[in-house]
Design a protein around this ligand. Structure first.
Ligand code: C2E
Ligand code: MG
Ligand code: MG
Length: 608
């Protein structure tokens, strides 16, 4: 080995170590056996795996079966020229990337330009200078390795980008879904409904004969289910309702959950209004069957408001609002039914809204006052007590009747606060009268249905009685038949607690509701107040007594007191006395009076 070669040997050895851990595979193509041997021995010593081919055709075959990392290609060969071989390699996708170094003899007519054009990466002239051979081989292999790495990195990068794009796409789809669908039921949500309504509105503006309708559905007393059976059952019920509704809808109808226990249906193309009404009826029919939720059979009613879309509407929101309003009307008419929106409803709703706002203010500004109407002991001919009747002194509208604002206060829940205030005020007034010596007087206080469900009602009453130092027998609570029947379990428990304390109970407006007599007995009702409608036709003619004698005898059998409400004439009074009615109340004796006038009345001690 010449010193030159030894040098090269050293350089290359140290560098190949760093180059790559895998064995590099080099194919030498030359039809001069001597050249083949020389080159292969040099390269093998450097740790390369060397293969040999003695002609162009053979080379192409070898390459095809196992592509090497590098090809050293002689130009002048008997069967094919190196250029041709190279060209064939570059045309084959399997071999196109393999670097080719041309080997050329000095006396060859070597066309460098052509060599590069054919895809060669380098050339080495014969006779070989070993250092040069090794450096060029090493460089090309290093370059090739780097190229491969870059390629691999690139593919990895592309893969990552692809993956991330897919993830983003999925997240995006999910976001879109969330924005348009309700997560609990999988139904459309308000956003999607609004979008669809926009389309329907646009269509109705283009085509006069196009009709659509929206049904607004709200579950009746859903809160009770949630409160008593838990949210999970409540959610299950909502899901089941959604599924059941789907089964009776056409494929073009859109069912949406608006939130809470509210659903809406868009009938996007109807030929006449009866279609919407029929659907409402079908829904009400559907709900005659119970839903099975967690092994529990649950019956639920739905109130439905229907609005017919037309080109007068400008926004989806107003359509939904009107459907909602019609639903509200259905609810107020006794739930479990449907109503069709009319503009009148809107007017009323506006007024109600104003009333609600005013009511809130009235509580804060203490615009209420309590009036007292005497209840007369018809046997002893003296005042037995007073019914406390609230009045609202509205700063602009003057005195507003409780029949107008109590229902609104009940709807908004303000009634509990108002009721508490009335009770406090009335008890305070009664304690004043007791202090003035009229210790037999009682006060009758009206309780709204909602107050019966108020958990702390009894505690509140206890507190007020303590504060005013009144005996429990001094107050009588009036509840109407219908509110007593609303939630029998709760009422029963409450009335039990009141009875324990010796607080007496009156049934107000008796005869207008549907309570059964046996229930009145189990509730230990003390007093029946005969509704004034029963006295309307009562006059001096005993044929016109109507049901009054019947009610009186029922009360007698059940050992209850009776107060006849609405006595306006002396004939009515006389008949009632004849029938043995114990107590009476009405304009004949006195209208509801303010505290001062009522106090004056007691002191006057009038006789009737
Ligand atoms: P109610 O409890 O049945 O009260 C009797 C109503 O009949 C009173 O009307 C009274 O003014 C009226 N009235 C009494 N005698 C006669 C009569 O001879 N002829 C006629 N035509 N009417 C008579 P008011 O004060 O307008 O109260 C109406 C209703 O409002 C009450 O009916 C009661 O249900 C409710 N209410 C009044 N105050 C309160 C209250 O503090 N709380 C609650 N929850 N409801 C109240
Ligand atoms: Mg009353
Ligand atoms: Mg009454």
């Amino acid at each position: 080995m010449t010193p030159n070669l030894q040098n090269a040997d050293l350089i290359i050895k140290s560098q190949t170590k760093q180059l790559s851990s895998t064995l590099k595979d080099i194919l030498i193509v030359d039809d001069t056996i001597e050249n083949l041997r020389l080159l292969s021995s040099i390269l093998s010593k450097q740790g390369y795996n060397v293969r040999k081919a003695t002609g162009g055709k053979m080379a192409l075959k070898v390459v095809e079966t196992l592509p090497p990392d590098l090809i050293m290609l002689d130009i002048m060969m008997a069967d094919m020229s190196g250029y041709e071989v190279c060209q064939a390699l570059k045309e084959n996708p399997r071999t196109v990337d393999i670097p080719v170094i041309f080997l050329s003899a000095l006396d060859d007519v070597f066309d460098k330009v052509k060599a590069f054009e054919m895809g060669g990466v380098d050339y080495i002239s014969k006779p070989f200078q070993m250092e040069e051979v090794l450096v060029r081989v090493k460089n090309q292999l290093a370059f090739r390795t780097a190229q491969k790495e870059v390629y691999q990195l690139n593919t990895k990068l592309e893969q990552r980008v692809e993956e991330r794009t897919q993830q983003l796409q999925k997240a995006n789809e999910r976001l879109q879904e969330m924005a348009l669908y309700d997560s609990l039921t999988g139904l459309a949500n308000r956003n999607l409904l609004v979008e669809q309504l926009k389309q329907s509105l646009a269509l109705s503006k283009l085509n006069e004969s196009y009709q659509f309708a929206v049904l607004f559905l709200d579950c009746d007393r859903f809160k009770i289910i949630n409160d008593s059976l838990g949210h999970l059952v409540g959610n299950l019920l909502l899901q089941n309702i959604g599924k059941a509704l789907q089964t009776i809808l056409g494929k073009n109808d859109i069912l949406a959950r608006l939130g809470g226990d509210e659903f809406a249906i868009l009938l996007a193309d109807i030929s006449d209004e009866n279609q919407a009404k029929q659907l409402a009826k079908n829904i009400l029919d559907l709900l005659k069957n119970p839903f099975n939720c967690n092994e529990q059979e649950i019956f639920i009613n739905i109130s439905i408001g229907i609005v017919f879309g037309h080109s007068n509407y400008d926004t989806p929101e107003t359509i939904i609002r009107d459907a909602d309003m019609a639903m509200y009307k259905a609810k107020s008419l006794g739930r479990g039914q449907y109503q069709i929106f009319t503009p009148k409803m809107y007017e009323i709703a506006q007024k109600l809204l104003i009333l609600q706002t005013d009511l809130n203010r009235a509580i804060q500004q203490e615009e209420f006052t309590v009036y007292y109407q005497p209840i007369i002991d018809l046997k002893q001919n003296k005042i037995a007590g007073f019914e406390a009747l609230i009045r609202w002194l509205h700063p602009q509208k003057g005195m507003i009747s409780p029949t107008e604002f109590i229902p609104v206060a009940e709807e908004t829940g303000l009634i509990c606060e108002i009721g508490r205030w009335v009770m406090k005020e009335a008890c305070y007034q009664l304690s004043q009268w007791h202090q003035q010596g009229f210790t037999d007087l009682k006060v009758y206080i009206n309780l709204a249905a909602q107050q019966l469900n108020q958990r702390n009602l009894v505690a509140e009453i206890d507190g007020i009685l303590m504060e005013t130092q009144l005996h429990t027998s001094s107050i009588k609570l009036e509840i109407t038949e219908s509110s007593m029947m609303q939630d029998l379990q709760t009422t029963k428990a409450l009335l039990g607690e009141l009875r324990e304390r010796g607080i007496k109970l009156s049934i107000d407006d008796f005869g207008t509701g549907y309570s059964s007599l046996s229930q009145l007995q189990t509730f230990s009702v003390n007093t029946l107040k005969i509704d004034r409608s029963f006295l309307k036709n009562v006059d001096s003619n005993s044929k016109n007594l109507g049901l009054v004698p019947v009610i009186l005898s029922i009360a007698e059998v059940m050992t209850m007191d009776v107060v006849a409400e609405g006595i306006e004439t002396s004939e009515q009074l006389e008949q009632l006395r004849k029938l043995g009615c114990h107590f009476g109340q009405g304009f004949l004796f006195a209208k509801p009076l303010d505290a001062e006038a009522a106090t004056q009345l007691i002191h006057e001690n009038p006789q009737w």
